[in-house]
Design a binder for this molecule. Sequence first.
Ligand SMILES: [Zn+2]
Ligand SMILES: [Zn+2]
Length: 202
Amino acid sequence: MDVSELIACPDCDCLQRRVSLPLGGAAHCGRCDAVLYRSCRNGLQHTLAYAVAGLFLFLIANIYPIAGIDMQGHRQAASLYDAVSVLWQEGHAEVAVLVGLTTIVSPSIQIGLVLFLLVPLHFNYLIQGAVPVLRILEAVRPWSMMEVFFLGVLVSLFKLEQLAQVEIGIALWAFAAMVPILIVGGMTFDPDEVWAKVRALS
Ligand SMILES: [Zn+2]
Ligand SMILES: [Zn+2]
């Protein structure tokens, strides 16, 4: 049995299996009747709001410099892309690929898929490809790698700091704000609610 399907009662610690709830419904403990969890009626709108905020911050994080570097009197602004290409040119191809995948490719795919699925659903329109996209989002648990790659960005800046004078750029703050917003957004994502909406529209 999948352990993630189990939930412990907050009152009596009784372990039980999660079930799908109707919208706005609540699950009660089989032993003491305490409320275990509820299905949020507007979860989809919440996830959508977080995804839009995440997209906005992601664009800032990619357009603006992540750090300004003073090297022998020359001041240079480095974007995320610059950081990746410098890593590549300096012969750290594996690190460049890892940083590029986690900070640029993965967030854009994840935010993109969520918006692709939820924006039309919000307007009660079921687009082609909604079902496979929902299956992917259900399987990968959106945004689970965020903490890891934010740590990666901090570590590489710390390394740079030892080589040159580094000034933190606006993109780093945007990135730092994006991470918790996308994590919380991922927690509001309720596949059961989205499935119910997809079924109602098809
Ligand atoms: Zn209980
Ligand atoms: Zn809510």
